[in-house]
Design a protein around this ligand. Sequence first.
Ligand SMILES: C[S@@+](CC[C@H](N)C(=O)[O-])C[C@H]1O[C@@H](n2cnc3c(N)ncnc32)[C@H](O)[C@@H]1O
Length: 283
Amino acid sequence: MPEHSYLGLASAMHRLTELVIRAAMSELSFPSLSGRASCGLDAACGNGDHSIWLAQALLPEGQVTGLDICREGLLQARKASAKAGLADKLAYIQGDLHSLPFRDRAFDWAWCADCLWPGPKSQGFLGMDPMPVLEELVRVVRPGGLIAILFWSSQRLLPGHPYLEARLNATRAACYPFQEGGSFLDHILSAPVWLHQAGLEKIRGQTFVADLHTAVDGQAGDDLAACFQMLWGRAMPELSEADKAQFERLCHKSSPDFIANRPGYYGFITYTLFFGLVTSRPR
Ligand SMILES: C[S@@+](CC[C@H](N)C(=O)[O-])C[C@H]1O[C@@H](n2cnc3c(N)ncnc32)[C@H](O)[C@@H]1O
């Protein structure tokens, strides 16, 4: 997800994906990391929703520090943590992932969601090489501690229209920031290779599914309309006139045929979590 559009869309996307992201967090079983309350880093915490969910996943004494470069996101995060009654468990700090303002081994774990997409810095990404940021995360997590990185990895959102959905997903805009002909290492599913290069052990990848039923959740229709725009709105110049018309008909909230208004609508989004342990051997 490109950074410049993030804050405007974060709440809608988090409403759609809260359950699946909490499920991914619970897979990590933070409390068992050391058998004691842990302290962790939400690296690129954005609007702070994940930091709150992380704090809630920890033992009562656990602490989470959210770091982001964006002041506006941090303001929202501080307000949200106070509203959630978690201000004493959460601290927020402005900083750059390339040069984390923490001592070595300061944390038991680090979480980094939807941020390490290899992409150009000029367009709000961290750069094509994820290794400098991963090496910073390894530096600030203690030996034996855990590093987890999470990515939105796929979706099936247009039931009954698999060809249109496939053509939308095949556009450069939908594959962005991955470029056709790019190295496989520039793709998020190569994250296990990055974690291996960063020296982590016991590396695993696991995919979690967000099930979307608009009949069950009325708000989900509005959120899906925002999601369709985020995923495919910029793909229009790459589509035929017929596909554009079909996209307008099915994916715009104001259309009488808006797909999420169909009784029984079902779609899904997947999130893939990659994680590993910082080696206990001397670095
Ligand atoms: C797509 S958002 C993801 C935010 C959050 N992890 C989430 O999933 O909701 C990417 C975040 O990375 C932050 N970011 C981009 N470059 C950064 C940098 N160099 N240092 C710290 N944060 C950065 C942006 O401000 C933005 O909040």
